[in-house]
Design a binder for this molecule. Structure first.
Ligand code: GDP
Length: 178
C-alpha cells in the first residue's frame, strides 16, 4: 500500500523517558514493529522509530523517540524533548525506585518540552509474577491523577496494552493539534 510522505497529514513526535532498563526500547519496538527484541539495545544509536496510522481519516506519522541509553548518564538533552507533542514516562512495576523517580521525569519533561505536551504514565512489565511486583496499579493511578497524566500498565513482552496506550496518547495529541 502506498504510504508515501506526500500522504502524511501530521507528524507527531513522541518521546519515551524513564529510568534505565524499564523497557522503553521494547515498548517502542512493540508499537512500531510489533516485536520484542531479545537482543535488547539493538536500536542503540537510532534516534526514533516511526509508524504511520490513520486517525480520524488523517494519515499520522508517529515518530517515537528513544533515549538510546542517554538516561544512564543523566544526559537526556533538550534536543531530545524539543518539539515533542506527546511523552511517555515509563517505570518498571517490579522496581520501586523507577516509580519513585517518575516525578523527576515529569519535571524534566515540563522543563524542556512544550506546555501542551500530552503525558502518559506507563507501568511496564505487568506480565511479571505478582510476587515480584513492587508498585500497585492503584498507587500509580493516584500519582497519575495528581500529576494530570494518563495511566496504564502494560507489557512490552506480551504486548498487553501497548497498542492501546500509544493510541490513547496519539488520540490526545490529535485532539490538541487539530
Ligand atoms: P530501556 O533501558 O528502558 O530501554 O529498557 P529495555 O527496553 O532495554 O528493557 C530492559 C530489560 O527489561 C530487557 O532485559 C528487556 O528484555 C526487559 N523487558 C522490557 N520490557 C519488558 C516487559 O514488558 N516484561 C518483561 N518481563 N521484561 C521486559
Amino acid at each position: 500500500r502506498w504510504e508515501g510522505e506526500a500522504e502524511i497529514d501530521y507528524v507527531f513526535k513522541v518521546v519515551v523517558v524513564g529510568d534505565s532498563a524499564v523497557g522503553k526500547t521494547q515498548l517502542l519496538a512493540r508499537f512500531t514493529r510489533d516485536e520484542f527484541a531479545l537482543d535488547s539495545k539493538s536500536t542503540i544509536g537510532v534516534e526514533f522509530q516511526a509508524r504511520t496510522l490513520t486517525l480520524h481519516r488523517k494519515r499520522v506519522k508517529a515518530q517515537i523517540w528513544d533515549t538510546a541509553g542517554q538516561e544512564r548518564y543523566r544526559a537526556v538533552t533538550s534536543a531530545y524533548y524539543r518539539g515533542a507533542l506527546g511523552a511517555m514516562v515509563v517505570y518498571d512495576v517490579t522496581r520501586r525506585a523507577t516509580f519513585e523517580h517518575v516525578p523527576r521525569w515529569v519535571e524534566e519533561l515540563r522543563a524542556h518540552a512544550d506546555g501542551s505536551t500530552v503525558v502518559a504514565l506507563i507501568g511496564n512489565k505487568a506480565d511479571m509474577p505478582a510476587a515480584r511486583r513492587e508498585v500497585a496499579a492503584d498507587e500509580a493511578a493516584r500519582l497519575a491523577e495528581e500529576q494530570g497524566l494518563f495511566f496504564s500498565e502494560a507489557s512490552a513482552l506480551s504486548g498487553d496494552n501497548v497498542e492501546r496506550a500509544f493510541l490513547t496518547l496519539l488520540e490526545e495529541v490529535f485532539a490538541v493539534v487539530s
